[in-house]
Design a protein around this ligand. Sequence first.
Ligand SMILES: Cc1cc2nc3c(=O)[nH]c(=O)nc-3n(C[C@H](O)[C@H](O)[C@H](O)COP(=O)(O)OP(=O)(O)OC[C@H]3O[C@@H](n4cnc5c(N)ncnc54)[C@H](O)[C@@H]3O)c2cc1C
Length: 189
Amino acid sequence: MFDLVIIGGGPAGLTAGIYAQRARLKTVLLEKQMVGGQIAVSDVIENYPGFPSISGAGLMEKFEEHARGLGLEIRFADVINITVENEVKVIKTSEGEIRTKAIIIATGAKPKRLGVPGEKELTGKGVSYCATCDGPFFRNLKVMVVGPDSIHSRLSSPARKATPSAISAGSAVLPMGIWLLAAAHPAAS
Ligand SMILES: Cc1cc2nc3c(=O)[nH]c(=O)nc-3n(C[C@H](O)[C@H](O)[C@H](O)COP(=O)(O)OP(=O)(O)OC[C@H]3O[C@@H](n4cnc5c(N)ncnc54)[C@H](O)[C@@H]3O)c2cc1C
């Protein structure tokens, strides 16, 4: 029986793992795909204090190394179902059942894709899903923003100097030299 099971091996799950190890809780972290989560596929991170510029994969390697260094157990398993039996939480996974006193769910989110031609190939190379993270990379460039007004106004603040034009989802054709920021509506995974 574990004290704590953390579901999700992204930045949130790994951070929870570090705290849990330091608190000497008997813990296991479950990850269904790849340790590092969404950020691991990001080319460059420029907003993590202490690292002016680092690849997403590089930063997540450091998170993982830190967590494992403290003794965190990481297992690859897809969590399918959780039930509660008296005070005990029973987690059904692709690799069997785990019993624990407590659970932290850190399963993140995934961006809602538009499904337009070129979107997949150009992700990270001009197509972005995080206006706050990637807006500054497009300073003084023309961008197309797909999403609500709040994203549009965040990008067009004088400090960011992007020149966005809003379009509706599903019909984006990208002329040369115009970048696409499909920033909004993350869908829970
Ligand atoms: C291309 C890109 C670039 C980005 N750039 C930046 C940036 O420059 N700066 C910035 O601050 N943020 C950036 N972000 C946002 C950042 O990646 C997220 O805010 C962050 O990853 C969220 O962390 P998280 O741990 O909450 O979730 P996630 O990173 O989504 O991790 C969740 C994890 O849970 C796992 N999981 C889900 N369901 C299950 C299940 N049933 N069983 C087991 N495991 C499960 C997933 O496989 C995943 O590994 C970027 C995102 C993307 C996609």
